[in-house]
Design a protein around this ligand. Structure first.
Ligand SMILES: [Zn+2]
Length: 383
């Protein structure tokens, strides 16, 4: 029997987790470029080994195709340098068909474009995802008085939708782990004093105190619940060496899923919780407010690994609980590569589900539309 092709190219993607671009004034050299394709911290390591990574080999081939040049690093970087950032962005996004980007502004410094600059550069709908730990760090630099800190933190979380914030985000996994416990105000005040002890006013800490991180996450989620259920994204699984992967297993999130006061807050487990995709898919299957994000660009997984993760997600979780993202950052390549992988891997996973009689063609198309687009529209209430 001739199988109908599963063409997902007409479905625009909503990228439910990514970061802003950097406005490079100079063309990137090989050393800088390779660093943008790795989560490793060591520049020497990245320079030596990224060219042997399957993701990078594939990225160069896709770049050679769209830039109409040889699929080599030299040729790609030379051709890339002949474009301005707006021209290059337009070329890649023209193919990627990204309807909206939900941008976590917690990654960054002055070199990252603002949300407004991203709006005018990409022409995409751009929405703001607020990273809680970074907000807290800003505030600690400004006050060493706990009551003032608490009041200002709550003030910054007031009327999130009115201020254009569609989701909160936590990187507790990177700092002290996902086993996030309730904390009293007294415990938080003591932890706050300990954090401030070694700081001068104006100095921004790198927050690594578990009690204080757990506190600000709970305070943030309580605000999200009180405002009708604003989602929160958690970094889970694979990250740079800052993360202790053992503590990034989403199974640690159980107390949050079990907390009835937070049941209206959608909890999005980012990055297919790699390699804990099955664990995350299980959570998305048993907890109504648990959602599993599949980041199709970062972490830098190749086709086969992403296909395996997609099967693991859809083999357990309803497709209404799975969201597409790229986790792209700094350069337009990642969001574009994520869209290519996302549509291709999803189509192949769904096609094999059709082949064995799990889905029919229309159901597969419905599932693809949900994952690439509609689930994010619903969860983040994008009107
Ligand atoms: Zn990210």
């Amino acid at each position: 029997m001739q199988q109908q092709a599963l063409d997902l190219s007409a479905i625009p993607v909503i990228d439910n987790h990514c970061h802003a671009y950097i406005n490079y004034e100079q063309p990137l050299d090989a050393r800088q470029y390779r660093r943008l394709f790795s989560e490793a911290n060591s520049a020497a390591f990245t320079y030596e080994h990224v060219p042997q990574a399957s993701y990078y080999r594939w990225a160069l081939k896709e770049l050679g195709r769209i830039l109409d040049c040889a699929a080599t690093e030299d040729a790609v970087l030379a051709k890339r340098a002949s474009f301005s950032l707006p021209e290059f962005t337009a070329l890649l996004l023209g193919e990627a068909q990204i309807e909206a980007m939900l941008i976590d502004t917690g990654l960054g410094g002055p070199e990252f474009l603002s949300l407004d600059a991203m709006r005018s550069l990409t022409g995409c709908r751009i929405e703001w995802v607020l990273r809680l730990e970074v907000l807290a760090q800003h505030l600690i630099a400004e006050t060493h008085d706990f009551a003032t800190f608490q009041a200002r933190y709550l003030e910054e979380l007031r009327d999130l939708p009115g201020r254009g914030i569609v989701s909160l985000k936590s990187i507790a996994a990177y700092r002290t782990g996902l086993d996030i416990q309730p904390v009293t105000d007294d415990q938080a005040a003591t932890a706050f004093a300990e954090v401030c002890e070694d700081l001068t006013l104006g100095q921004r800490p790198r927050l690594v105190h578990k009690v204080l991180i757990d506190y600000i996450v709970h305070l943030g989620m309580a605000q999200a619940a009180a405002q009708g259920g604003i989602p929160i994204q958690f970094h889970t699984g694979y990250g740079d060496p800052d993360t202790d992967l053992r503590l990034g297993n989403p199974l640690h999130l159980r107390p949050l899923f079990e907390d009835s006061a937070l049941e209206n807050v959608p909890i999005v487990m980012l990055h297919e919780s790699y390699p804990f995709t099955r664990e995350a898919a299980f959570l998305a299957t048993v907890y109504p407010n648990a959602y599993l994000d599949i980041s199709y660009s970062v972490p830098f997984l190749d086709y086969h690994e992403l296909l395996a993760c997609t099967h693991q997600a859809l083999g357990v979780a309803p497709w209404s609980k799975v969201l597409y993202s790229s986790d792209g950052f700094s350069i337009p390549e990642h969001g574009w590569l994520g869209a290519i992988h996302g549509r291709r891997v999803l189509a192949d996973a769904l096609r094999s589900m059709i082949e064995v009689g799990v889905l029919d063609h229309d159901e597969a198309l419905t599932a693809a539309t949900a994952i690439l687009n509609e689930n994010s529209r619903r969860v983040y209430r994008l009107r």
